[in-house]
Design a protein around this ligand. Structure first.
Ligand code: AMP
Ligand code: ZN
Length: 484
């Protein structure tokens, strides 16, 4: 519906181009999709061995804003997010402990494929719940790695057939020296990798940066290389190709995926298909705590559930994240989140109390400005600043503001378009029917005292009301009651 505001020109391009920072070129580039109609987008998803932490959700909220911006500009988006339920080692390369094994041990489960499925079921469900709490849209396809073992094996066979892999005693490896473009993402210098590698972890590898596409193991699936499981990187290539095609428009992930995981994805996919795998690579920066990356291996994680337990909402966290640009590192603090919570609460009061969620016609100027910010590499901090400019703009009436905010909220989704009852609940406003009679009587007495300008008595009654667990505040619409 909003796409109509931004017509496509005769050559199929949008009147205002979308510019996105492509990690591959290191530049802002005008976005031109392969097909005029449907944009294809792949996002590296979570490893489902534990609860995702709030840093992980930065990567998914960024992808959500990107997708909604494309939809806002009139595109349809076909989007896949994968769920890694085996094969991701604690190191992005071939070293470290398998994350799923870690999860099995932690929960006292046996090392079997069934137990792995059970463990990942639990954390996939939790992940989906967190997605809802954060108002992140579900992708067109959730691709679960263990449901796509067949296409992964076929992809490895293709690579083997074309001579890009070699077998060792512990697996099958991709030979990066056979793909001259290896390391194109982030301009990784392969010769430096060779000389800089202190220990050849695996003597059988031709190059220290060669990566496993198949790991031999007593646990796993049958293949021509024996029992085992596909390497972590191959799952994304196989599932992107299976669900979106050999050439896709956009691939997203956190910056930690640039050096190894995404370079490996490019190498595998392009060697197998002979086509350019991805046109736009977009990466979100880290979330840190005390300037250290949040990470399960460091042990400084905070989960969304912990934020909720401390009285924050998914909207508070989403709003806070969007006040920074996705390519800037941000440092989490409870104080910063509290500041965001208060700001968002004030915005919600405008929508649900002042505007009463009654919408007229939106302001085309504001919407155009909003779109221009998003089209400039998803500049959400400026988009949010514009929202504040809008609510304070004396030249616009409430209905116009409300309608404009609703459109903006179709992209930002920070809880400005819920219905009035839901809005009152979010604000914690207690409806008259819910106020206990004895509290209502005190409120009525206080109103009478205020009308009689008996301020001392009004204040005493306010305290009496507070002792019963309610806060009364005077507004232009009469007393506003919230729970203490
Ligand atoms: P993982 O489950 O480790 O594969 O991570 C899922 C997503 O979260 C990936 O896109 C990572 O890049 C991203 N991620 C992990 N840690 C952080 C962090 N501290 N800040 C931002 N994004 C992160
Ligand atoms: Zn991936």
């Amino acid at each position: 519906m909003f796409g109509k505001l931004f017509k496509k020109t005769e050559d199929g391009q949008l009147d205002l181009p979308i510019n996105l920072y492509n990690t591959e070129s290191g530049k802002l580039e005008k976005f031109v999709p392969i097909s005029d109609k449907v944009v294809t987008m792949y996002t590296c998803g979570p490893t489902v061995y534990d609860y995702a932490h709030i840093g992980n959700f930065r990567a998914f909220i960024f992808a959500d804003i990107l997708k909604r911006t494309l939809v806002f500009c009139g595109y349809d988006v076909k989007h896949t997010i994968n769920l890694t339920d085996f094969g991701h080692l604690s190191d992005d390369g071939d070293a470290g402990e398998d994350k799923m094994m870690k999860g099995l041990k932690r929960e006292g489960l046996p090392v079997t494929l069934e137990a792995m499925r059970e463990l990942s079921d639990k954390y996939i469900e939790a992940f989906f719940d967190d997605f809802d709490t954060l108002r992140i849209m579900s992708p067109t396809t959730w691709s679960r790695a263990s449901d796509y073992v067949e296409p992964q094996i076929r992809l490895i066979e293709t690579l083997e057939g074309k001579g890009f892999t070699y077998e060792t005693s512990d697996g099958v490896y991709f030979d990066i020296q056979k793909f001259p473009r290896y390391g194109c993402l982030g301009h990784i210098d392969i010769s430096k990798l060779q000389s800089g590698a202190r220990v050849m972890v695996n003597e059988e590898k031709h190059h220290p940066a060669d990566f496993a596409v198949w790991k031999k193991s007593p646990l796993g699936w049958d293949s021509r290389w024996g029992k085992g499981f596909p390497g972590w990187h191959i799952e994304c290539s196989a599932m992107a190709i299976a669900t979106l095609g050999k050439e896709i428009d956009i691939h997203t992930g956190g910056i930690d995926h640039i050096p190894v995981h995404h370079n490996a994805e490019i190498a595998q996919s392009e060697c197998a298909t002979g086509k350019k795998f991805v046109n736009y690579w977009l990466h979100s920066e880290f979330l840190t705590i005390d300037s250290t990356k949040i990470s399960k291996s460091i042990g400084n994680t905070i989960t969304l559930r912990q934020l909720i337990d401390r009285g924050f909402t998914g909207d508070d966290y989403r709003y806070w994240l969007l006040t920074s640009h996705y390519r800037s590192p941000i440092n989490f603090s409870w104080e910063a989140l509290q500041g965001a919570k208060q700001a968002l609460y004030r915005l919600k009061r405008y929508v649900y109390e002042d505007y009463k969620q009654i919408a007229g016609k939106p302001s085309v100027d504001y919407i155009k400005g909003f779109k221009a910010f998003l089209a400039n590499d998803l500049d959400t901090p400026s988009a949010i600043a514009l929202i504040w400019q809008l609510v304070k703009d004396d030249k616009l009436d409430n209905k116009t503001k409300c309608a404009t905010l609703r459109i903006m909220d179709s992209v930002l989704d920070i809880g400005l378009s819920d219905d009035l009852d839901e809005g009152a609940k979010i604000l914690g406003v207690v409806s008259q029917a819910e106020i206990p009679t004895e509290v209502q009587e005190l409120i009525n007495k206080r109103e009478a005292a205020r009308i009689a300008r008996n301020w001392l008595e009004a204040d005493t009654l306010r305290e009496a009301i507070a002792l019963k667990g309610y806060i009364v505040e005077d507004t232009a619409y009469g007393p506003r009651v919230t729970k203490n």
